[in-house]
Design a protein. Structure first.
Length: 133
């Protein structure tokens, strides 16, 4: 996926995505939690994203009542996402993105949980509230 928006469905369970943010920010909408208990999905910045410093990877839930929570490492420091946030952003303006920066998520049927999230740069992971169209 090269900078385009991605809308995931149940059929995408277990997929691993290599994302290119060198040309544009990529936004990913996760599927509804209610019908996706146990779903896992992973996102990796590909090599063309290496040293990107203005574009981001935004991952957000299907509904404002579904949250993304858990720990994410950036630059060796733990970023604890809030239990009230529905957006997890790899924000390259805090520190340039690196090829291989990644996040894996799992759904419990109500919310999404960070299983693994690692970014080379410091102050990269940001959680907040998504803007939906």
């Amino acid at each position: 996926a090269d900078g385009e928006s991605i809308v995931l469905s149940s059929a995408d369970a277990g997929n691993k995505y290599f994302i290119n943010i060198s040309a544009a920010t990529c936004s990913v909408r996760l599927p509804s939690c209610a019908s996706n208990k146990g779903m896992e999905v992973s996102f990796y910045l590909d090599i063309t994203s290496d040293t990107e410093a203005t574009k981001d990877l935004d991952i957000f839930t299907n509904a404002t009542t579904e949250f993304i929570m858990g720990g994410a490492l950036d630059g060796g420091v733990l970023h604890d996402t809030s239990v009230a946030d529905d957006l997890l952003r790899l924000d390259s303006s805090g520190s340039a993105a690196s090829g291989g920066d990644m996040v894996s998520l799992v759904c419990d049927g109500l919310h999404w949980y960070v299983m693994n999230a690692v970014a080379t740069g410091a102050d990269v992971w940001v959680s907040g509230t998504a803007t939906r169209s």
